[in-house]
Write a protein that binds this ligand. Structure first.
Ligand SMILES: Cc1cc2nc3c(=O)[nH]c(=O)nc-3n(C[C@H](O)[C@H](O)[C@H](O)COP(=O)(O)O)c2cc1C
Length: 216
């Protein structure tokens, strides 16, 4: 049994997305004590920002004419796609930044999509693979809130993971992670505690699901 875990938080310490991801991972691990985990921390160890363009142009260049940078980018794309394909289950944890997708996560998806195995029309080698997506947001964006609709990250990530790659996806969302850090949000202390508890509960549930789905 094997898990691939991707973390996109830029924080070395105190990451809420990593903490929820840890609950999923630890719950999965309890049922799979001998399992292997491959990790990629794209927030702390970002992919080279030139890799995507080099990989795109490499795909339009005959192999024998590719530059060393293009070859390196193609190899990196192959490595990150190998990580996805080799794992039996996948865990991805991503914060909301500036109302949008973490650019590290976008760079990772973009690079993965240059690999011929995931390219448009190549079929869906990831279809049906069990996966959990953890998303955290400092604020809250639910129906009726002043910023309803301002989360331009989660929908895009789901589009890629569920619709483009066909993963069998379950999601844990935790909002108001900035409560306790930003005094302007103090009035939401109780609500934030409930949201946190609910997210942790769901993370345990999804960790168990990953463990059972991966053994089928
Ligand atoms: C540069 C930056 C931009 C952020 N932008 C937003 C935002 O647009 N909306 C929001 O709700 N939270 C925003 N946050 C708060 C993060 O989503 C929140 O702190 C989250 O917990 C970060 O994930 P982590 O705890 O895993 O590091 C931002 C945080 C940082 C550092």
């Amino acid at each position: 049994m094997s898990l691939f875990r991707l973390d996109a938080s830029i924080r070395p310490e105190g990451s809420a997305s990593r903490a929820i991801g840890d609950i999923v991972e630890n719950t999965w691990r309890e049922a799979q004590p001998d399992a292997t985990i491959t990790r990629r921390h794209i927030g702390l160890n970002p992919l080279p920002s030139t890799a995507w363009a080099n990989a795109v142009f490499a795909s339009q260049t005959p192999e024998s004419d590719r530059t060393p940078d293009q070859r390196e980018a193609v190899a990196l794309a192959a490595t990150i796609v190998d990580e996805l394909l080799d794992a039996e289950v996948i865990l991805i944890a991503a914060p909301l930044y500036n109302f949008g997708i973490s650019h590290h996560l976008k760079a990772w998806v973009d690079l993965a999509l240059t690999d011929p195995r995931l390219a448009n029309g190549a079929g869906q080698p990831l279809a049906g693979k069990p996966a959990v997506l953890v998303v955290v947001r400092g604020g809250a964006y639910g129906p009726g809130t002043p910023r309803e609709g301002w989360d331009h990250s989660t929908g895009w990530i789901r589009r890629i993971l569920e619709d483009v790659w066909g993963l069998d996806l379950r999601i844990v969302e935790r909002e108001f992670t900035l409560v306790g850090q930003n005094p302007a949000l103090d009035e939401f202390t109780e609500l934030a505690a409930v949201m946190r508890r609910d997210a942790e509960h769901l993370a345990t549930h999804h960790g168990r699901h990953l463990a059972s789905a991966g053994t089928k």
